[in-house]
Design a protein around this ligand. Structure first.
Ligand code: TTP
Ligand code: MG
Length: 586
């Protein structure tokens, strides 16, 4: 769905409307900045006229006092302009930062709710780079470009009007030079932009690469694959260098070309203007003022071309951000909330594939009665986790229907549904923070007593007390200061606290040793009691007591029934049990 990143040049001005709600609260700042900019623009438009006045009226007439007072007035105006510019810069920067902070907040909240599919298709590093640079592009737009665009256009018009009024012939000469400028502004800037796009793209690849190799550092070092990853990184890094060099090479043309245009205009103005002063058709003051105007004329042109680039980048960013913010609403279609459920789960002829062309689950149907424990059994890759993914609505089936208490889960609000599901995975998600926060993750209002009770139930309390671990103990990233088994039990405690109606354990007991396993079995029994539970475990001893065992193979249900029923079938399950010496035990 969202795997194609839009091209930089895509995006319409309309897409920038996503900024309106963020800029609106800062309207006062915006308008003050506009007012300040109008003041400073008026001064900058007027200043060359002072030069004309100084030369023609005062210098030519040897009027020193008049000259001094004229300069004093001009000086005062320049101070006004400078102060206005400083204030405007601060106001706009503040507005840019404030509104973009709010946008970044919202974006983060949206991202957290995006369908899992979204993340399947874009590497995390790339997503992060994209989002940070997209947000920055919008900040540049809000904090600078919007106002600059309007005011620079006004200044340009102001300059042109005054220039024509002073001497239309000189104005025509200045404008004759403008094709060089137009070339620099359009052709060169579009090449620079392309090169910069490539730099950004390449930078995001480097980041994705970095992110991957940092999170896999243990495996990489363990397998001594550093060289391989380094080589890969060198390749990406080299491409980044090349993209950067290309951008710089193009950029190296830009300013000299602009300067050339400027110097040519000044030379032409001196050449023709000088003659016209001599033949009396224009005055020295006008010539001086004109040179000042020509100089100033280039300023807004430059910043307009910069603003144009910022707008292009912001447009591309806005499209991607908008895409994220609208993806979310596709899921949350304002559905009615899922009422409090009892926990009867039905799969009705469910067919599913992560890629519609590649079916992973074929025509799956089964019913789990409230409170039952259902075990999903099958070889690796059979589709067990995929069934769970559908039940959690990380994905939606292609065909068929999943109902809980008879209600189609696709027709009900996701949040209110998921709140009633507990998910314990093989690799528990622990985050940096206190033990307390990690355990009451799904039930923030849980008291310390409840947390300790849960820890007791899963058999962790004793060890924790012995090792002086309190609820305030800080977990380092991903709970690295706990053993894998302890992390697993922590995630049991977390599930207990949030007290879900439907509980899912996907390979959740894989890390627990046989000694603790007895404890775990007791903990599990308490955890599963009174809830509809789905248990996936390769170790079949964990699931013998299940009310319903479903054997999956290649995405199809092969057999289902209780342990005893399935053994008498002497089919796939019987074989699986044989391979784990379970038959004898039973
Ligand atoms: P799973 O449903 O993950 O298989 P499983 O849970 O039975 O296997 P295991 O015991 O190893 O955990 O995979 C079924 C097919 O779906 C498999 O071909 C891989 C594919 N698949 C994806 O394409 N994307 C996914 O996110 C997942 C989970 C699976
Ligand atoms: Mg699995």
């Amino acid at each position: 769905m969202t795997n194609q990143e839009p091209n930089q040049r895509e995006g319409k001005l309309r897409d920038l409307l996503i900024l309106v709600p963020y800029v609106k609260p800062h309207q006062a700042k915006l308008w003050s900045a506009v007012a300040l900019m109008i003041v400073s623009s008026l001064v900058s438009i007027a200043l060359p006229m002072f030069m004309r006045e100084a030369v023609d009226t005062h210098i030519m007439a040897h009027d020193l006092r008049g000259l001094v007072s004229l300069i004093a007035i001009a000086f005062a105006l320049i101070i006004v302009m400078t102060v206005a510019n400083i204030l405007r810069g601060r106001l706009m920067a503040k507005m840019g930062q404030d509104s973009i902070r709010a946008l970044r907040d919202d974006l983060f909240a949206y991202m957290q709710k995006l369908p899992v599919q979204f993340f399947d298709k874009i590497p995390v590093g790339k997503l992060i780079t994209r989002l940070t640079s997209d947000v920055d592009a919008l900040r540049d737009l809000v904090g600078n470009a919007i106002v600059a665009m309007v005011i620079d256009s006004l200044r340009l018009v102001g300059f042109l009007v005054l220039m024509f009024w002073l001497d239309w012939r000189l104005t025509v000469i200045t404008l004759l030079i403008s094709p060089i400028l137009v070339y620099a502004m359009t052709f060169l800037t579009s090449r620079i932009r392309k090169a910069e796009d490539q730099v950004r793209e390449q930078a995001s690849l480097v980041n994705a690469n970095l992110q991957e190799s940092i999170s896999g550092i243990k495996v990489i070092q363990g397998f001594q694959a550093e060289e391989h990853f380094h080589e890969q990184f060198q390749v990406e890094n080299h491409s980044l260098l090349q993209a950067g060099m290309k951008a710089i090479a193009t950029y190296a043309f830009f300013w000299p070309t602009i300067d050339l245009a400027w110097i040519l205009s000044i030379a032409a103005i001196f050449l023709f203007g000088g003659q016209w002063v001599l033949d009396g058709t224009t005055t020295p003051g006008i010539l001086v003022a004109f040179i000042a105007y020509t100089d100033q004329f280039f300023g807004p042109l430059r910043s307009l071309s910069q603003a144009y680039r910022i707008i292009q980048r912001a447009l591309a960013g806005a499209v991607r951000i908008k895409r994220i913010m609208t993806t979310e609403t596709e899921v949350n279609k304002n559905l009615k909330p899922m009422p409090k459920i009892i926990g009867r789960v039905e799969f009705q002829n469910v067919t599913f594939g992560y890629d519609p062309g590649e079916i992973v689950l074929h025509d799956i149907s089964f019913t789990a009665e409230p409170g039952q424990t259902v075990a999903l059994v099958g070889h690796t890759g059979a589709g067990k986790t995929s069934i769970i993914n559908l039940l959690c609505r990380f994905y939606d089936p292609i065909e068929g229907r999943i109902a809980v208490d008879g209600l189609n889960i696709q027709e009900h609000d996701l949040e209110s549904y998921r709140r009633q599901i507990g998910l314990v995975l093989q690799e528990p998600f622990l985050f940096s923070g206190t033990l307390r926060d990690n355990i009451r993750f799904g039930a923030p209002q849980a008291t310390d007593e409840q947390i300790w009770d849960a820890l007791k139930t899963v058999g962790l309390a004793e060890t924790f007390i012995k090792n002086r671990i309190t609820l305030d103990t800080i977990l380092t990233e991903r709970g690295a200061n706990f053993s894998t088994g302890q992390r697993q039990l922590l995630s049991f405690a977390r599930a207990l606290i949030s007290d879900p109606r439907i509980l899912i354990l996907d390979e959740a007991t894989a890390h627990v040793d046989t000694l603790t396993e007895q404890k775990v079995q007791q903990a599990l029994a308490k955890l599963l009691a009174g809830r509809t539970s789905f248990v996936i475990a390769h170790r079949l001893s964990t699931i013998r007591n299940a009310d319903l065992i479903i054997v999956i193979s290649d995405g199809r249900i092969l057999e289902s029934g209780t342990h005893e029923q399935l053994l008498t079938l002497k089919g796939e399950y019987w074989q699986l049990c044989n391979s784990q010496n379970i038959v004898q035990i039973s």
